[in-house]
Ligand binder design. Structure first.
Ligand code: PMP
Length: 359
């Protein structure tokens, strides 16, 4: 029996996608082969990858002058790959520090350039997004890096920074495809696929074409955006099966009405949970209201000695992976695109019943 899986990632996938993959596992559309067994250079897989890219372009309305790359190495890999590809001709890159994932990006970037932390919310335990009016950008940064949804802290940008001609680089790992974005406001968007797009192993990179000439000479070919763009992401063997599943997820998303439609559902799901959290004192939710994440809802039981009982009861009621990240503790409900609203309703009902029993 399937459970309501609140994992932060790898995370729940649409059931119909898994069923389709299962049905096509041994014989993909009469080829007598699993997608896993196909050459990445054969016409079948090239068709699968091209369809996945076209659908992603439709979903996010990606302008024609942007390249879409299907790479490996995850967002952690991109933390190094981004500065390697962008600092050529510059010395400094600016970073906005909103939590654990920003901190990792900053630490890695320091190996390749001088990092200016232009703003930070560390003063309040990373519970908010510093407004752009508080950013202290350097004179001529190679780029400004933001993490637009902090998966661990549960903090999300509800606005798009406007920094003029400076390239804006965003780690969107945990909310890409969950809300409408204006891709043209960004120089680079990247993220691991394993939240809203598919299985782990695939890294999505969307990069504006004019930014492809800034790579440091040391940049490895497999991570060199210009070389990968010229080779349709096939400088090396791409993660073929992960691309196939992501393609099925994109088809599913289109059938749901696209990103604007799923965003409305995500708003309703997050509201259901936050409305309850706002109405009770039994649980607390640390993120500032205006900045709290629709994808990763963090909360604490006011009496943390009840944590184990809470998790055990949740599991017995068919809900899994609610334990918060070890760095911040407490609970976290990740409610990505594929989490049905019934899952959130079941969680809120369980939380209420638990409060009644222990409050
Ligand atoms: N950035 C964010 C916002 C994330 O949520 C994660 C993974 N949870 C990462 C970076 C790291 O991704 P990966 O492990 O795929 O490299």
């Amino acid at each position: 029996m399937r459970v309501f899986n609140f994992s932060a990632g790898p995370a729940v996938l649409p059931e119909t996608v898994l069923e389709r993959a299962a049905a096509e596992m041994l014989d993909w559309r009469g080829t007598g082969m699993s997608v896993m067994e196909m050459s990445h250079r054969g016409k079948e897989f090239i068709g699968i990858a091209a369809k996945a890219e076209a659908d992603l372009r439709t979903l996010l309305a990606i302008p024609a002058d942007y390249k879409v790359l299907f790479l490996q190495g995850g967002a952690i890999g991109e933390n190094a790959i981004v500065p390697m590809n962008l600092v050529g001709g510059h010395k400094v890159a600016d970073y906005i520090n909103t939590g654990e994932w920003s901190k990792k990006s900053i630490k890695e970037a320091k190996k390749y350039c001088t990092v200016n932390v232009a703003a930070s919310s560390e003063d309040l335990d990373f519970t908010y997004v510093p407004p752009q009016s508080a950013w202290k950008l350097s004179d001529d940064p190679a780029f400004v890096h933001v993490c637009t949804n902090e998966t661990i802290g549960g903090v999300e940008y509800q606005w798009t920074p406007d920094i003029g001609r400076i390239p804006l680089v965003a780690d969107m790992s945990s909310h890409l495809l969950s809300r409408v974005i204006d891709v043209s406001k960004y120089g680079v968007i990247y993220g691991g696929a394993q939240k809203n797009a598919g299985p782990a192993g695939l890294t999505l990179v969307i990069v504006r074409g004019d930014l492809l000439d800034r790579a440091l000479p040391i940049t490895p070919s497999a991570f060199h955006w210009k070389e990968q763009a010229a080779a349709d992401s096939m400088v090396n063997t791409p993660p073929t099966y992960a691309i196939y599943i992501a393609g099925l997820v994109f088809e599913w998303l289109l059938a749901q009405g696209g990103v604007a439609a799923i965003e409305q559902r995500n708003i309703a799901k997050a509201k259901m949970l936050y409305d309850y959290l706002d109405a009770t004192r039994f649980y607390t939710s640390p993120a500032r209201k205006a900045d709290r994440s629709r994808m990763n809802v963090r909360f604490h039981l006011h009496d943390e000695s009840l944590n184990e009982a809470f998790l055990k009861g949740a599991k017995a009621a068919g809900m899994d992976q609610l334990k918060g990240h070890r760095v911040v503790g407490g609970m976290r409900a990740s409610i990505y695109n594929a989490m049905p609203i019934e899952g959130v309703r079941t969680l809120v009902e369980y939380m209420k019943a638990f409060e009644q029993r222990h409050g």
